[in-house]
Write a protein that binds this ligand. Structure first.
Ligand SMILES: Cc1ncc(COP(=O)(O)O)c(C=O)c1O
Length: 452
């Protein structure tokens, strides 16, 4: 494990951390702490972190003509946004959608996935990775996570493949990246499709290639909190023209496009929906793209700085990435909070104490709001539905919960804490404040346990 001061071993740092003056010498951010703000002391900071979403004059200048044009439905501005996003990500084609959920649904239906099919995915994700599988009457099959990276564990995928498996839906969660070499090899061996859920990973790179271009189709979200946003919005990337035409057709009421152009005179070829992006959304997306790369760079640098320091505080275990990840996308900066190292201070109290210091942390990281997704009510609702009772064998449904247990994910969810990507756009002083606040709570852990 890397430590900030190369002259010190981790053990020395940890020892120093629990002994006032030596702590300051070993790592200045671990200096003897003052009274925690939650107990009436001075907070580490009162200034806000950078706000998100962020707009500049450029966004306004570009948006006004679109509003004034009266052309608000999908037209030239959306097409321009598609071209630019495809170029930014290194994909041949892009289709913009109204949001990420419908990007995934469109991808699933364009690949012909439906009743009786099984799709392999992860339980450590936002519900919107799985809802589209259920909406297609297909069966989500959950593979447990890698406890270090928090991504789908590739070593556990093959055991889940049956003759009904048609696709793998890896989710690059929190902007980290799944092991796409191993997932790609498994998909190839078993003739499975790959739909990447890159809704949290814009700009992330695996061996220098952007996520969303590593499978058959890659799906993105531009919802407000995301690192590239237009309030609500989504996109699908792909290199297969015919498949992308199917996506386009599905997202626009089955109208025929490109290679799907009909000679029969029919206007609506497939059962489909409508989930088009609007012109004003696309306008915001275009101008937001202009600052995107610089923002990614800043987040990466600040995250590396944070990791170097936070991993020296006992009980703080940052999420890691595979060595092949050449750029993490940092939707959230996540770490495990080991309450036992904080004398048993519960996570909720740790987060409350941090907030009092002026540092807002999240327990859910925008991912798991209740239970891990394999245990959420929407799964139970689907399994009990008339359609599922008819489509799937009784035994499969009866064994579903046991077959889809994911103990690593169950262990992770109660330990997660994270910072939204907007905080990583702050200055070095802002990062130091985060470290100071956590170190202050660590130093005061005993007092906090007894008084909170
Ligand atoms: C992992 C993941 N998948 C899918 C989505 C769905 O995107 P949207 O909210 O744009 O529908 C989100 C974001 O909210 C997400 O975080």
């Amino acid at each position: 494990m890397r430590i900030h001061n190369p002259a010190l071993t981790r053990r020395q740092v940890l020892k120093a951390a629990s002994s006032g003056a030596a702590a300051a010498a070993a790592a200045p951010w671990l200096r003897a702490a003052s009274e925690p703000a939650i107990l009436g002391g001075q907070p580490v900071r009162t200034a806000p972190f950078p706000r998100w979403p962020n707009f500049r004059e450029r966004d306004e200048q570009a948006l006004l003509p679109v509003l004034r044009s009266g052309v608000w439905s999908r037209a030239k501005v959306v097409e321009e946004a598609e071209r630019r996003f495809a170029r930014l990500m290194g994909a041949k084609y892009c289709l913009a959608t109204c949001n990420g959920t419908n990007a995934i649904f469109t991808a699933i239906r364009a690949l012909g996935i439906g009743a009786g099919d099984e799709v392999i995915t992860t339980p450590y994700t936002f519900v919107a990775s799985v809802l589209p599988i259920l909406l297609a009457d297909a069966l989500p099959v959950f593979v447990d996570i890698d406890p270090q990276t928090w991504q789908m564990d590739p070593a556990k995928i093959e055991a889940k493949i049956t003759r009904n498996t048609v696709a793998i839906l890896p989710v690059h969660i929190l902007g980290g990246i799944c092991d796409m070499d191993r997932i790609g090899a498994i998909a190839k061996k078993h003739n499975l499709r790959i739909i990447e859920d890159a809704c949290e990973a814009h700009g992330g790179e695996w061996r220098g290639r952007k996520v969303g271009t590593l499978g058959d189709l890659g799906c993105f979200s531009f919802q407000t909190g995301k690192t590239l946003t237009c309030g609500e919005g989504g996109a699908i990337l792909g290199d297969d023209e015919r498949l992308m035409d199917r996506c386009r057709s599905f997202h626009n009421m089955g109208r025929p496009y490109g290679s799907l152009a009909s000679t029969s005179g029919e206007g609506h070829l497939i059962v489909s929906t409508k989930c088009r992006m609007a012109e004003y959304q696309a306008s915001i997306l275009i101008t937001q793209m202009e600052t995107f790369d610089a923002e990614c760079q800043r987040r990466s640098e600040n995250a590396a700085y944070l990791t170097e320091r936070l991993q020296q505080i006992p009980g703080i275990v940052p999420r890691t990435d595979y060595p092949e990840v050449t750029r993490t996308a940092f939707y959230y900066y996540g770490f495990r909070y080991k309450h036992e190292e904080f004398d048993g201070l519960p996570r909720a109290k740790f987060i409350a104490a941090l907030a009092a210091e002026g540092v807002r942390a999240s327990r859910t990281l925008g991912v798991i709001e209740g239970k891990p997704i394999n245990k959420e009510g929407c799964i139970r609702d689907a399994l009990r539905s008339k359609a599922y009772q008819r489509i799937y064998p009784k035994e499969k449904l009866a064994n579903y919960a046991a077959d889809n247990e994911c103990p690593e994910c169950d262990r992770l969810v109660p330990e997660t804490v994270g910072f939204h990507q907007s905080m990583l756009l702050g200055s070095r002083d802002d990062m130091d404040d985060i470290v100071r606040a956590i170190a202050k709570i660590y130093e005061n852990r005993r007092k906090l346990v007894s008084r909170l």
